[in-house]
Every structure is written in C-alpha cells, then in structure tokens.
Design a protein around this ligand. Sequence first.
Ligand code: NOJ
Length: 555
Amino acid sequence: MSGFSNKVIYQIYPKSFMDSDGDGFGDLKGVTKKLDYLAYLGVDYLWLTPFFVSPQRDNGYDVEDYYNIDPRFGTMEDVENLIAEAKKHGMGVMFDMVFNHTSTAHEWFQKALQGDKEYQDFYYFVDGTEDKIPTNWISKFGGPAWKYVPDLKKWYLHLFDETQADLNWENEKVREELKKVIHFWKDKGVEGFRFDVVNLISKPEVFEDDMIGDGRRFYTDGRHVHEFLKELVADTQMESMVTVGEMSSTTLENCIRYSNPEEKELSMCFNFHHLKIDYKGGDKWEVMDPDIRQLNDLMKHWQEGMQKANGWNAVFWCNHDQPRIVSRLGDEHKYWKESAKMLATSIHMMRGTPYVYQGEEIGMTNAGYSNIEEYKDVESLNYYEIMLDQGKTKEEALKIVGLRSRDNGRTPMQWTDGENAGFSQGTPWIGVNHNSQCINVESQLGDKDSILEYYRRLIALRKEKAVIADGSISFLEESAAEVMAYTRTLGDEELVVFANYSDREVVLNTNIPENSYLLLLDSYTDETSIINRNQEGCLVLRPYESQVWEKVVRN
Ligand code: NOJ
C-alpha cells in the first residue's frame, strides 16, 4: 500500500496551459488563474513541467539555472504565489527536476568549456580526436550521443539533444549541488518532485560500443542508480514527500526497488512499455496498429508484479511526450466520448496513483497539423529529417510525425470555443487544434455526460472507495483479445472492470451474476446505458464500452 494510493495528480505543461499576459506563451499566473478549475476536478497535486531559466531548446528540459524562473513563465513571486494559492485550494505543487543533464548554457558547462577542470568533471568529457567518437551510442533525439569540442580536444556525452549535457553523478560535488536545489525548493513549499529520466543517471565505468543496440543497456538502471537515489532522498529528507521517477526502458525488478517504501527511494515510477504497443519492431518512428493483447500482458505484468513485491506504479496514458490517447487507442470521431471514458476507466480503476495530463480530461485529440512547419519539437523535426534521409517520402514522414510527435500533447489547452481556445489573447507559440470549437472545458463543465464530469467522478471515487485505492488487483483472461478485464478486491469489497478496446461488440466470458453485482460505471451515457446479455446470459460490450461492476455486500 502506498501513502499516495487515493491521490490523483494533474500534470501541467505551463507553456500550453494558460497565457495570462497575451504573449502567446502559457505562464505561471495562468496556472494560478485556473486553480478553481483544478480544485473542481478534485486532484491532489499539480506537477508542473520545468519553467526554470532555459534556452528552451527542449522546452525547459534544458535547464540553465535551477534556482530562477524563466521570465517567459513569470517571476519568483509568481511561483511563490502559485504554491500558496494551490495550498489554499487543497493542492500541493510538484516540480520537475531535470537532474540527468543540464543545458550547455548552464554556468557549470560554460566553465567547463573555458577549461575549468573542476567543472569538466561535472560532466562526461572524454579526451580524443574528432575522427574517433568515444562510442557508437545514439542520442534519444537521433544522431550520435557525443559532441566534439575542438578547443578542448574532448568529446562530451549527451543522451538527449547536444545542448543537454549529461551530468556526472559519480562526482560527489554534483550530487551535493543537486541536493541544494531540492532544499531550495522544499523551503519554498514545494510538496513533491518528478525526476526526469532519473534511471539514466548512473553511467558505466568504461565507455564501450554497443554492437547490438543504441547504447541504452549500458546506462539504463545503471550500476549506482539505487545508491544515488537513496542518498539524494535521505540527505534532502524527501522520504515522506510525493516523488515520482521517470524511468526510461526500465524493468519491473528495478521499479520495485525504486518504489518499495522499504527501499526509501521514490514513491512511485513511470514506465513506458505500455505506450510502445504500436511501435513496429520497437521503433517509435515505424507505425502499426496497437496490439491490445500485448497491452493486456504488459498491464498484467506491471500491475500484478509491482503488487507482489510492494512496488507502486504511477498509472497514466498521457503526458507532454505522448500523442493523445483518444487518438491513439480510442476513436476521435463516432465513439470519441465513449472511448475517452473507457480509456480513463481502465487507468483510474487500477492499482497505482493516476495521472491526468492537461486536456486529457476533456478528450483532447492529436494536433492534426498538415504541414511540417507547424511542428516545433526538436525530436519531431530531427526524426522528420532522419526519415527523409532513410528514403521515406515527405508525405510518409509527415504522416508518421502526425501520429508520433510530442507536439500532439503540447497544443494549447482548450478552455472555450472562442479565439485561440481561450488559451491566449496573443498568437499561441504553437497552433491550436482545429477542433477547439467542439472540444473545450466550457462546453463540458456541468454536463453530466461529458468526459470532464466522468473524470471528476473517477477522481472522487478513488477517495470514496477504499477498494480502488488499496484493493489488490488480478487480471482476468477474456477470450476477446480486445478486452481488458481485471478485479479489485479488499476484504468483502470487489470491483470487476471490463474495457472494450475495439469498435465492435464483444461477448465476455466472465460471468457477472445479475443479483450479486451492480453496475457502478459505464462509458456509455446514462440514457443509453443498457445492460446487454446474449442468449447464454453473457454480457455483451458495445464498441469502446467499459463497465465497472461492484459486488453487492450483504451483511
Ligand atoms: C523526458 C521529458 O519528459 C522529455 O520531455 C525530455 O525531452 C527528456 N526527458 C529529456 O529531458
């Protein structure tokens, strides 16, 4: 059981959430303006992606100064005010700590470039000549993971963009500096932290070529990662705070260690395996239909596996790096509402702490841009070029970017059906989705059949029913591959959850006796929610229908 089992966390990408001053760029004051809305939704914590001083090459994940606010987002006063106001609204604020790397504009890196050996040791600088790259590793954003600095006759490591240099956590001074950052923000009232790609912080002792992959096996869940996390948490007294690690290409065994309370590392982990079920051959830039059978297997593996060893999952579909889930696993058109609710149900009934990413709660869809110039994300633009170099046509590459781009999750939040979706009075930094007139907060607030109100209900239910927060989970074998089914149990309480991930009707093989269970939730609206059974008495789910059945407890 986790101290955060009945909590729900809402993720805000400030740049695209609400622009308070009309410069087209979302800001901290904009977030503060929307606190009433967030409190209405019922969430407990707000995780804000980075807004520290940054060249914004990777939208703030390239931090130049951990202690100051990028003026585009506001001021220190704005952030202090936001923390205080959120608290008054009953919500804690979580910051996003990018500790695997800094921007090359960071003072430490700049000193390193000027030849300061102490600061060169803050990073991975390796002596060499330009014609001999230290290893053949590939950066997560495409291209080599090393960059040469001719003046120093050294290469430096960057697992992401070349302006994001990896920090050397083996160096105690680095670890001490990062602890200071945590203390600074804790003192300001920050209640929790999300740690960016934190399972990549421990690099190998020797750098060697990867003959079978892109290098990740040498630095993922690396040799000292658990030690480093324990030290960071202990020395900054973070044990009781809400902390979540973003774990890239991780394993169940490691996530158990990261999140089991006895280990005193983090409260929970994000893993991404379930979001690769439509990557052909495991390659993000090769598309295929989602494999729902695989999704089921992965969910079972992670849910039951973490439960068995007292680990804790952060459960989620969306974030600022992912395409919109309704476009990906649901249906943007005919079954938009039903599929969005079905997807929400699958996640919110699980064992773990659910995350809602801005706009998910109103069923926002992929960006739908028709032109490569509309995309802003460094990864999308790099891979567009890489795909052209590999021989794809512009149309093919654009289609893939349309499905995969991180910008799909970064279009401005759709508040109203008005200009710029009510996000900004200026020109938004990135294009507003063309469907903002139909999909927006204003039109869904108070409409009891809306996706928004359904999310509210799911969030409230986690607090009302201990079985959702603390029950055990067990996956059921359904014969239809498109159905996800599981039970939650706590003492006498029991829930049975079914979700149909297809656009056709499916017959269930799990029997739900009429008199012993009541229908608690259905992704179809109340008026149309009829319980279908076939002649043998088996339940039949409509396209994208989800149902949650609650066992009647008789005293
Ligand atoms: C993961 C973040 O979520 C992503 O947006 C960022 O580009 C990389 N880490 C690098 O910091």
